[in-house]
Design a protein around this ligand. Structure first.
Ligand code: ZN
Length: 132
């Protein structure tokens, strides 16, 4: 269930990152049709919290339903521009940009530092080349 969710969710992030909200919405509606998130109040101690449940009580169904609901709410809000695809080579992750200025390009610090180090090494190598 989660593998299918990940495969179906990635194109949504790609479309959103490309500002193709129509494609993102169509793909999200398809995701909603099979993950079928249903809000329910679950008791935790003395409080009741809203969770999204899937069509069964299996853990993967619940996670897929909850993530689909969150994705749907993000796409239907001002946060739509915060969905992105990591720009680091050889990285296939997506992210939700929760930074203050909304200019994130990487899934995390590891990818950001890896790309920064490669650029730094390339810059140093260019400086060492003899001038003609
Ligand atoms: Zn990455």
């Amino acid at each position: 269930m989660l593998t299918r969710f990940a495969l179906d969710a990635r194109p949504i992030f790609e479309a959103a990152a490309d500002d193709d909200l129509g494609s993102a919405a169509i793909a999200t509606n398809e995701l909603l049709s099979w993950t079928r998130p249903t809000p329910r109040l679950d008791q935790h101690g003395d409080s009741w919290d809203m969770h999204f449940h899937g069509p069964t009580d299996r853990l993967g169904d619940g996670w897929a339903a909850g993530c689909t609901a969150a994705l749907t709410m993000a796409l239907g809000s001002a946060r739509v521009g915060r969905l992105g695809v990591c720009v680091a080579p050889e990285c296939d992750r997506v992210y939700v940009d929760r930074s203050k200025n909304g200019t994130r390009s990487f899934c995390g610090v590891n990818c950001q530092n890896r790309v920064k180090n490669v650029r730094h090494r390339e810059h140093r190598a260019r400086r060492r080349q003899p001038r003609r």
